[in-house]
Ligand binder design. Sequence first.
Ligand SMILES: *Cc1c(COP(=O)(O)O)cnc(C)c1O
Length: 380
Amino acid sequence: MYIGDINKAREWLEKAFSKTPNHLEGSILGSMTTMPHELGVEAFLRFIHINGNDPMVFPIVKEAEEIIVKGIGGLFDVEHGMYTSGGTESNIMALYVGRRVNKDKENTVVAPSSIHRSIDKACLLMGCKLVKIPVDPLKPVDPAILEEYIRLYKPFAVVVTAGTTEAGVIDPVKEAGELAEKYGVYLHVDAAYGGLLIPFLYRRGYITVDLRMFPGVSSLSVDMHKNGCAPIPSGLLFFSNRGFLEQACFDMEYMPLGKSCGLLGTRPGGAVVASAAVFMAMGIKGYEENAVKMMENSYYLYNGLKNIPELVVFKPILPINVFRSLRYSYIELFKVLAEKGVYVYKSPSLHALRVVVMPHVIREHLDKFINILKLIHGSG
Ligand SMILES: *Cc1c(COP(=O)(O)O)cnc(C)c1O
């Protein structure tokens, strides 16, 4: 180690960078991250010095937040929202607000077993009990069963997912909203992954369910650093009313505005500026085109994988391709692929592997991937 030597530090950076996988090379196929839009990179760098927790000294933070909350919120018919560092912070804040506004209910959250692990994390942090409804990981939760659980456990909050992490399943948000209204439950919709896909794929006829702030929905989270092509960390958390939004803020007397909203303190203001810049550059139309392209690429991959006899392949709902091998366990196959320089993720609930077709994924990457799988299975 050479400490105190900028040239050695540069060398270290250079070496590390050359060894770090890059989305554009086609090796990152399982992650829900993507290469940020070029204007996002530029904006982040230019505003690298600003604190997103201080919108008084840095008013651009507030302005940027308003632009994306209005722009993306418009997709879901919602006007109240805040910028977060991503789906995890959004989920934690949503449950925190749910607990604050629903104090007389049991300290319990009810959710299908297909929810993201950050809901477990939120409950561990908040000390709430998480009751999971066992569901087929490839199917949405049945509203009738959800109702039974609500009656039985009297939860303060229910969480459903619009685009599950392991299989892209879309829970029945509208029906869950009706139940939330009926039983006075706080309903959080986790659309970290699906938020910037579902409205477009519905509009274009690829799926039959839409996503909106339906009556009864209390909050909805959408990640900008996934399908929004914004740099990490960028998420949005929408609330059905201003009062809920205010519950996500804490007194912080020494700060210029006397308060701080969300989980983080000092935070990268450059990220929120970058998100707004990317949104302005791409527009809703850009996101829609991306969504269609990703879905078409996902079908393309599905057809390619189906031709490999030793694979069990599930039809994608959103652009997530889930498959397993008859020759290798999913854990073995995960390792074999990683050794060949291809990084997929696991869908443990299905004992399968997952490719997420993100904005950076092109057919060339998919062809290469299909060929590697063929070779591994001796059908190349
Ligand atoms: C990605 C994801 C999260 C977590 O979001 P981060 O931005 O990684 O914190 C939460 N829920 C769902 C459904 C996700 O896909």
